[in-house]
Design a protein around this ligand. Structure first.
Ligand code: ADP
Ligand code: MG
Length: 726
């Protein structure tokens, strides 16, 4: 125990926290007083309306104060539940409060006590009531002596209003750590800490118009009004975004000082490469190639994010860049999130540049394949392939996570490409960067590609350390995909339509949310998920046996062996499968230009970005394509989401919509950014982001290495680790 509380004090030394409670707090990631004070409420109960019992309005939340006239415990035998019932009166009337399964209340609440009750008022046969109200012991009625002993026990509770009569903070909880428990801890700590030292320069706070830390901390836990909450949240969001900007700008200038191989592409050689393509690059692709070629030719590492709508042709940019690196005598590695995709990229490479002589390997969990310019590929032992990468005999590696496995090292790696970078966590991206250090002091150039367009506002903030290229158009001649929400009643028509397309020689994807029902579903019986979630296995049975017995139906899901998956994809490519029933394994990147129908079962179970990716699996060839969205849900948010998909002109527009519907946190996902929730939620506040950016720029302008801001330097180091390593 210690009385001298500091932010660094470990919680187990704080009064009222025993070892067991400390362990539970640690489960929430709370070790020190600082952690606890930075454990912000996720929401607030508004119990600020203090009312007479007679004036309570059913359906509204309020706080009353009264004397316990009567308290008893009842037992519901059927459900083995304890029910505590208390009758509380004030000068205007009486109210009944009920709690379930809180036997300990009998020892705590006694007849004659004055308590506050807060909660939503319910209307019953016997007048108004409170079900499971928040309570707080405030004192005792006249008969004080009788309770003198108990009172000592409850002194702490009596001392301050924490759970009623105000905006009451509700915290993220865990087993054994309730919001009430957290309030008991946090309130006295806040009251006990005199002044919590500011972390940001005063002048910056003033300029950005953000609240001082000391005030913000008190306001976020115990606000008077919701306005206070917003003010406090803004402060913390500003701070985190400011750090992120600092980290980004520092990272950018750090990279600018690092060295990389300059891979220069001769103009004439590049023209030769282009002549081998089965198509002409779009203007947007050409523009991006110019940017990338320029970057590669410089002796400092490129750090570029390539965004382009689904089907806009990002792969070829990666392939051409890899060839440029290889022909400069260096190596390139091209990583994709799934084996299917890596294999596809490898085949694309082989199809277009089968005469490339410097060695291309496909490296995945299931093995290695190589070709050396003769157009012939051969299987190779993984260990041998890895050796040839280490010696530099093979110049280009295409693969999955297998590329960042221990033991894989390159001889002279000049370029790293990551496809569908949003599918990789921050950690994996970092692992890749670390793993693929070029030889000696040289860092590889880095190109990450994403088909989930990130609205500009977000990408500037989150990827401020990257240069962003955009392929903003699709190859010519693509027809717009017709998307439709199909009501359950039109299912038969949809099947007839599919049959028609297959007759014309086209192919069809059917996506289901899950592979199969689990035992869990059986025991849960009619749980919401079990009843109506379509599974790949069931749909495959139904379609292959009943609906399309005359067609070639196949299935694809994550539980198949890698070779089985590859075989299915191979057949799909060759056109010997008509209907492919699959899970979201085909979500990203898969390219089958002859497929014209994407039918999605349980469309409401997927996020907008994911649905958009599904949709992008069709419309990749010359034929008119369709995306059919099946849903049984009539909930408004689902409708909004699906409607947005149907109407969106392109990925960027949809991304803006998605962002608006879900907010940045959900939109990006935590693992992507490492930013705390609060800051994530504020990323749409352009004014705030802008002032954080300006603040970071102005600090670094005067003090580029933060030597004069040791505190900031420390925080940035911590923040950097968080964003880049978690
Ligand atoms: P994504 O950007 O979604 O990764 P891909 O690179 O898979 O898109 O390209 C989608 C399809 O478009 C592929 O079949 C590819 O061969 C084709 N493609 C790419 N660029 C062009 C182009 N300039 N003209 C015509 N077709 C192209
Ligand atoms: Mg792609």
């Amino acid at each position: 125990m210690t009385t001298d509380i500091r932010l660094e004090t470990e919680l187990r030394y704080v009064k009222g926290v025993g070892p067991a409670f400390a362990a539970r707090l640690e489960k929430l990631g709370l070790k020190t007083v600082r952690d606890l004070l930075w454990h912000f409420p996720s929401r607030y109960e508004d119990f600020s309306n203090i009312s007479n019992i007679a004036e309570l309005i059913p359906g509204e939340a309020a706080t009353i104060q009264g004397v316990i006239q009567d308290i008893k415990i009842l037992r519901s035998f059927r459900r083995k539940m304890f029910i505590i019932q208390a009758t509380v009166t004030d000068a205007t009337g009486s109210i009944r409060a009920t709690w379930f399964n809180q036997k300990f209340l009998m020892a705590m609440l006694k007849k004659g006590m004055v308590i506050n009750l807060a909660g939503k008022v319910s209307a019953g046969k016997n007048g108004v009531g409170f079900a499971h109200p928040s309570y707080e012991i405030v004192g005792f009625s006249e008969d004080e002596e009788q309770f003198a002993e108990d009172m000592a026990e409850y002194r702490e509770e009596i001392e301050s209003c924490k759970h009623t009569g105000r905006l009451v903070p509700i915290y993220p909880e865990t087993k054994g750590v309730t919001s009430k428990g957290l309030r008991f801890l946090i309130k006295p700590l806040l009251d006990g800490l005199e002044y919590i030292p500011e972390t940001l320069p005063a002048e910056m706070l003033k300029r950005a118009d953000v609240t001082e830390l000391n005030d913000a901390l008190r306001l976020i836990h115990y606000p008077e009004t919701m306005k206070d909450v917003l003010r406090a949240r803004r402060r913390f969001a500003f701070e985190d975004i400011f750090y992120l900007q600092l980290v980004n700008i520092l990272e950018r200038s750090r990279l600018a000082k690092e060295n990389a191989y300059a891979c220069v592409a001769e103009e004439s050689r590049f023209a030769e490469l282009l002549a081998q393509l089965p198509f002409e690059l779009t203007d947007a692709q050409q523009e991006v190639m110019r940017e990338v070629i320029g970057d590669l030719a410089r002796p400092h590492p490129m750090n570029r994010l390539l965004q382009g709508d689904v089907g806009s042709g990002k792969t070829i940019v990666a392939v051409l860049s890899a060839i440029i690196a290889a022909e400069a005598g260096m190596q390139a590695s091209f990583m994709a999130p799934t084996e299917i995709l890596a294999t596809q990229h490898y085949h694309t490479f082989k199809k277009i540049f089968g005469n490339f002589e410097k060695g291309v390997v496909l490296l995945t969990a299931s093995g290695a394949k190589v070709f050396f310019g003769d157009g012939l590929e051969s299987n190779m032992k993984k260990a041998d392939a890895i050796k040839k990468l280490a010696t530099g005999e093979i110049k280009i590696a295409i693969g999955t996570h297998a590329l960042i496995q221990k033991g894989v090292a390159f001889n002279e790696l000049a370029l790293v490409v990551i496809d569908e970078q949003h599918r990789f966590g921050v950690k994996q991206r970092q692992a890749l960067a670390g793993h693929t250090k070029g030889s000696g002091e040289l860092l590889p150039h880095f190109l990450s590609m994403s088909a989930t367009p990130i609205p500009r506002t977000l990408s500037l903030t989150l990827f401020g350390d990257l240069d962003v290229s955009i392929i903003g158009e699709l190859p010519k001649g693509r027809k717009e995909i017709i998307a439709k929400i199909v009501p359950p009643a039109s299912r038969t028509d949809a099947y007839a339509f599919i049959r028609g397309q297959v007759k014309k020689g086209r192919q069809v994807f059917v996506i289901c949310p899950r592979i199969e029902k689990t035992e869990d579903d059986e025991t849960k019986g009619k749980s919401w998920f079990a009843v109506d979630t379509k599974t790949v296995k069931e749909e495959y049975d139904k379609l292959s046996k009943k609906i399309f017995p005359d067609m070639r139906v196949a299935m694809l899901h994550g539980k198949l062996k890698a070779e089985e998956k590859a075989e299915v994809m191979e057949k799909m490519k060759k056109g010997t499968i008509d209907v492919l029933v699959a899970t979201s394994v085909i979500e990203v990147g898969v390219d089958i230009p002859n497929a014209t129908i994407m039918m999605i079962e349980g469309a409401d179970r997927f996020g907008l970005a994911q649905l958009y990716q599904f949709k992008g699996r069709v419309g990749r060839g010359e034929h008119q394509s369709f995306c059919l969205l099946f849903t049984d849900s009539s909930a408004q948010p689902t409708k909004d989401r699906l409607e947005a998909l149907v109407h969106a002109k392109n990925g960027f527009e949809l991304a803006e919509k998605d962002l608006a519907l879900r907010g940045p946190g959900e939109f990006m996902g935590q693992s992507q950014t490492g930013l705390p929730d609060l800051a994530m939620r504020s990323l749409q506040d352009m004014k705030l982001v802008k002032s954080a950016r300006e603040a970071a720029e102005s600090v670094l302008k005067k003090d580029p290495d933060l030597t004069e801001h040791p505190q900031l330097k420390g925080v940035v180091a911590r923040f950097h680790d968080k964003v880049h390593l978690e």
